[in-house]
Design a binder for this molecule. Sequence first.
Ligand SMILES: [Zn+2]
Length: 173
Amino acid sequence: MKACPYCAIVLNVVEIGGRERLACATCEFVHWNNPKPVTATVIPMDGGIVLVKRKCEPFVNDWCLPGGFIEAAEHPAESAAREVYEETGLEVQVSRLLEASAPGRGINVIILFYEAHPVGGKLIPGDDASDAGVFKQHELPTNIAFDLHRQIIHRWFKQTAEHSVGSRKAIKD
Ligand SMILES: [Zn+2]
């Protein structure tokens, strides 16, 4: 963004609150450059998780968790379920927020990682995906897009494995 959306004049760099911002010299417009929230969802299914193969840039043909940008005034959990349905054909029930994180390195988004369980639908790749599949931990593709997706996926499998060992122990005790 370089011009004021109201006055259409070039924005100036000014310091506001200890940070450099782009601001309009004529009206009070400031380009705050706040991050955009997106969702990404871990869906346990058949002993693995659902991944989609990317059809669009960046990382075309790499796999990732289904997700996308939150629409105006949309609840983030509803957004997560909507994106899952659009990309995988699965109707899901969001069970919990796993983590909120930011990739950094100039990528101005906040990613809300959810876990959701299938309650209906059928796994079919949707608009933004060229393929969709279920992957067990040892079957995960090597080309998973986005560092944070990889980290969350590996952490989720580790915690799920620890949890199931924990419950088996508890049953034995
Ligand atoms: Zn202006």
